[in-house]
Structure formats: structure tokens, C-alpha cells
Design a protein around this ligand. Sequence first.
Ligand code: ATP
Length: 380
Amino acid sequence: MTAANSAFQISVFPGDGIGGEVIDPTVEVLKLLEKQIGGFSFRFESEKAGAQHYKDTGTALPDDAMKRAESSDAILLGAMGMPSIRYPDGREIAPQLELRENLELFAGVRPVKTRPGAPNPLSDPRAANLDFVLIRESTEGLFANRGQTRYDGPADRPTAAHDTMTITRAGSERLFDFSFKLTQKRKAKGHRGQLMCIDKANVIGGFYWMRGIFDEMSAQYPDVEPAHMYVDACALNMVRRPWDFDVMVTENMFGDILSDLAAGLMGGMGMAPSADIGTRNAVFQPCHGSAPDIMGQGLANPTATLLSAAMMLEWLGDTHGISECNLAASILDHAVDLAFEDGSLIPTEFGGAAGTKTVTDAVVAHLGDGSARKRAESSA
Ligand code: ATP
């Protein structure tokens, strides 16, 4: 741990495909913020892991990289996995899931924030200012059964396959505790202060039980308005009335599905940032994958990775009490807003001409001319 003096050690995993293409400009932007703002510093350590590394060496996530990541102050990740490179049993290479499991990163935070001026799939003007958060449990649920499917009948022609969903009291309590606190933090910034538990409690007993734990815990947070919604209704309402949500919390598999829907509300995968947070470690990465269809062409939208870096700055600031990091987070977020504001910046994933460099340059321009800082300071 190096953060006592606000010198942060950051493990950087560029990974596969467009991973490095979005990570490189993001690291440059972080270096720029470090220089402009002061009060904190970064030491970036680049780590090799992922599908290509597996192909080259036979190992997807080297032990020493894992150890360094564990002892670093934060982990910044591009994307990992390539459909063309697989384990002998056909599974895709996904060391990001191992990081999540090994470091017990139980809270998958998926902010859904639309930027006025950025392309938006919904025509209702209220969709231009969405600002809600989906929290996905990331260590248990149905995903906990990964690699443990049980089959009935003959091995060459099974008659049934069974996967088990696991929800624990301890897992639920730490998730809800995190979620109530995040809702309080948002409420202090002017949001509604509602936390909605998304489940299927009308059909699955485990969800009914999980909902009971949520209700029990809500008594400890009287300033937060507790709410419930079934996952199917939630999918409908995320499209029909997404501006009604504040903070949502859900099981791993439901969260996996809803977070892609959430990314769709932001227009595309290149706009959706994420954080996977545990008690000690956290990984910050765009929601998208390695996008092999566009790799090596300078087309990747770096916005999601830049916004993930802003989430990292905020988490470091909150965790270590370093207000300069929080200021840097807000400045970067406002720089993204400003870059899209006049409607002329259209990334290629929306059919526009702006590739990785153009989008990065537009964000950097608002860091360089002080406009993002001015806005961050006036909104503080
Ligand atoms: P994974 O399963 O690894 O999450 P995926 O199968 O969901 O990956 P992605 O790699 O995220 O797929 O790509 C989905 C689509 O979105 C592809 O057409 C890809 O080109 C596009 N895409 C993803 N990320 C970006 C980005 N940053 N900029 C532009 N287009 C992107």
C-alpha cells in the first residue's frame, strides 16, 4: 500500500483487442490530471494478461501480475478475451472474472449517465439527462456456479443440465450495505435517495429471502427510500421510464443482463464505464469487450475507459480522503460532458467520424483550457 502519501500504485491491464487502444490515452489523461491538479501522483505498472497472453505463454493471468494487482492501490483494465482464443474445453479466456473472484470484488457499479449532445437512442428529451446507478452483485448468484454445471445421463448425450444460484446472507448484507451507502452519498449531492432491490421474489424462493434481508437492512438507513421491482418489469421500465431510477441493486446474472441494457441507454458500449469494488481492491474498466471487429483501426470510443478512470479517481479520493482526487474525477467527468455538448462529436460506433484520437483530443481540450475545471468547481 503506497497511498499514505497519496502516491498511488496503479496496476494497468490493457488486455486484448481494443483494450490497449483505450487504455493508452486514458493513462495519458490521468498523467495530465496528476500534473494539472497536484496533491496526488501515480505510478503505473503495465501487466500482461488475457487471451493473447494465454496464446503466447499458456497462462492467462500470471501469478506475479495477480500479486502485484492485489497489492496495488487500484486496477485499471482495458478488455480481455478473444472469441478466437479459447481453453481446450471451449471456454473463453476471461481473467477479469478471476480478478473479480480472487479479490472478492462484490459490488459491480454501473453508472448510467447520458450526456446532452451525445447520440441517444431514446427520443424523449428526458433521456438526455439520465443519471442512475445499477449495482450488480459480482461474487455469487447464478455466476457462482461457473464451471460447475452438473449433467444427468450419459456423458456423450446428457439428458439434463443443472446450474445452481447461490445467495448468501453475508454476501447480501455487504452488497446492500454498500448500496445503501452509495445511495446516501448520491442523496447528499441532490439525487432522490431511493434504493431499489431488483429480483424475482414472486417466483424464486431465494430472491424472496434476499428481499427480506434487504428490507431488514433498510431499517438501518431511514434516510434512504427502499423500493422493489421484479426484474422483468425493471427491463421494461428501464426503456420506458429510465429517468425514474436512482440506485438499483441486483443479483449477478440479472445485473449482467441489465447492465448491457443500461449501456444501450447510453447509446453504446463505448460510453459505459464500470467499477468492481471490494473491501480492499477495485477494478475500473469499460463495460465493453475487446471488440476484435474494430481493433487496430483507431475506431474505438475511449469515453467508457476515460469515465472508468474518473470513477477510479473518485474511489481513491473517497477511500484515502484525498480531495484533489475527487476534484480530478469531477473535472474529467465534466470534460466528457463538454466534449459532447455541442452535438458535433460523433464516435464511429454511432456512425460518426470520431475515432479514438478525435474523442480523446476533444476531452483533453477541455482539460487544457480550464473549462472542465471551472465547471467542476462551480458545481461543487
Ligand atoms: P464481451 O463478451 O467480452 O463483453 P461482447 O461480445 O459483448 O464482449 P464487445 O467486444 O463489447 O462484445 O463488442 C460489441 C460490439 O460493440 C462490437 O460491434 C464492437 O465493435 C462494439 N464496441 C465495443 N466497444 C466499443 C468501443 N469502445 N468503441 C466502439 N465500438 C465498440
